[in-house]
Design a protein around this ligand. Structure first.
Ligand SMILES: [Zn+2]
Length: 132
């Protein structure tokens, strides 16, 4: 079990930029091809922008052409929660950070890896740390 990080909405607003708050706490989506990590090819780790948990490693990132950072798998299964999302007239699987329950993006069954998954994640939910 992951220890949860629980902050009040005021604390989140203080900690996050308005864009991060909109995505992580309100389930927003950044516009395609606008996120700062969409084209990032550096080696390193993508952490949760809300709580710092390592979520996705650069070696699972690939160019899906979707306009958002895309990964074939999270760094650890327990790092993320997957939740059925029926908003916007679609049935999708939402991906949340397991520790702070921040909204990250969605997972789709059209990825290239052995599991066939595409984790489509907002740059605003992530904080990249390059490898040493
Ligand atoms: Zn988090």
């Amino acid at each position: 079990m992951t220890d949860k990080l629980n902050l009040t909405e005021d604390q989140w607003r203080e900690k996050l930029t308005p864009e991060q708050y909109h995505v992580l706490r309100e389930g927003g989506t950044e516009r395609a091809f606008t996120g700062k990590y969409e084209k990032n090819k550096l080696t390193g780790m993508y952490h949760c922008a809300g709580c710092g948990t390592p979520l996705f490693a650069s070696d699972t990132k690939y160019n899906s052409g979707s306009g958002w950072p895309s990964y074939t798998a999270p760094v650890a299964g327990e790092a993320v929660d997957e939740v059925r999302d029926v908003s916007h007239g679609m049935v999708r699987t939402e991906v949340r950070c397991a520790k702070c329950e921040g909204h990250l993006g969605h997972v789709f069954p059209d990825g290239p890896g052995p599991d066939g998954l595409r984790y489509c994640i907002n740059s605003a939910s992530l904080a990249f740390k390059p490898a040493e």
